[in-house]
Write a protein that binds this ligand. Structure first.
Ligand code: AMP
Ligand code: MN
Ligand code: MN
Ligand code: MN
Length: 280
């Protein structure tokens, strides 16, 4: 282990809602100076083999990952699994079940957007999605940017795709215990993704973390593309208070989409135990 390594443990390919094929994600990571990369597509592990072989061709280490969509207390939460065995049957079955409602949900999102004056969303999302099983709100957001409905993917989320907006469809994802159990059963480590994105009160967040830890969850993202620089210290303190291992990941989805690029974030703050502390 070396603190100088550029370690990026969260990103997406077009197997979920990223724009680049898995091989190109690894190539871009290597070009950006990443030494260790985890691909963490939403609810799907199909991209890992291609990303791994491309990572090795480019001389960087690869960590198989996934980002599982979870519903906890009626809210959406994401749990990253790192160093999973992508062939674990229970994990694969669980992910397939988690993806199962997405197509029907996409039709409902498209209907909501059509009522708001933006028809054609379903065909566009199918065109933009690399994987017909994994149509995400991000694909609708890219379509609405193409249409000029809003200037950026994040603006589309604010106006059309967040709770209470016309393209939002409440969805029941995996339970927290299923997600953590699938990850652990596949030999992996469970990590809370981008904690700063959830609008929990601090007591609700403490209850969530207590449950996560009781289930065997071990990590939390401190440095992520979803946190502003002044949030790193806040989440570092939470990691220390709960004895959680700290992770770092860009959550890269696409070039030029206004999110962090692969390997571009600062290192973890001092005084944290990194999730990779015993990997090598
Ligand atoms: P879904 O799994 O279909 O609900 O889509 C969730 C994805 O939407 C997340 O993984 C992000 O990539 C993206 N997303 C959610 N909120 C925002 C936002 N405010 N700005 C940009 N992307 C977002
Ligand atoms: Mn995403
Ligand atoms: Mn996420
Ligand atoms: Mn992500």
């Amino acid at each position: 282990m070396s603190i100088e390594l550029n370690i990026d443990l969260h990103c997406h390919s077009n197997i979920s809602d990223g724009a680049l094929p898995p091989q190109e994600v690894s190539a871009r990571a290597a070009a950006n100076g990443v030494d260790v990369l985890a691909l963490t597509d939403h609810d799907e592990v199909q991209g890992l083999a291609h990303a791994a072989s491309a990572a090795h061709e480019h001389g960087i280490k690869f960590v198989p990952g996934v980002e599982i969509s979870v519903t906890w207390a009626n809210r959406g939460v994401h749990i990253v699994g790192l160093n999973i065995n992508p062939n674990d049957a229970t994990l694969l079955k669980g992910l397939a079940g988690t993806r199962a409602g997405r197509h029907q949900r996409a039709h409902r999102i498209a209907e909501g957007l059509e009522e708001a004056g933006w028809p054609g969303g379903m065909a566009a999302a199918e065109r933009l999605a690399g994987n017909p099983d994994m149509i995400s709100r991000t694909h609708f957001a890219r379509f609405l940017v193409e249409q000029g409905a809003a200037p950026s993917v994040s603006a589309v989320f604010n106006h059309y795709l967040s709770p209470g907006k016309p393209g939002f469809v409440a969805t029941q994802w995996a339970s927290l215990s299923d997600a953590v159990n699938w990850i652990r059963g596949a030999g992996g480590q469970a990590v809370v993704a981008h904690p700063g994105r959830y609008n929990f009160s601090s007591s609700t967040f403490d209850a969530f973390l207590g449950e996560f830890i009781d289930l065997g969850g071990v990590g939390i993202e401190v440095v992520t593309g979803s946190h502003s620089a002044d949030e790193y210290a806040k989440w570092a303190a939470v990691a220390r208070r709960f004895g959680l291992l700290a992770s770092r990941g860009s959550d890269f989805h696409a070039p030029n989409e206004g999110r962090a690029d692969l390997g571009s974030l600062p290192p973890l703050p001092n005084g944290l135990k990194p999730i990779w502390h015993d990997w090598w």
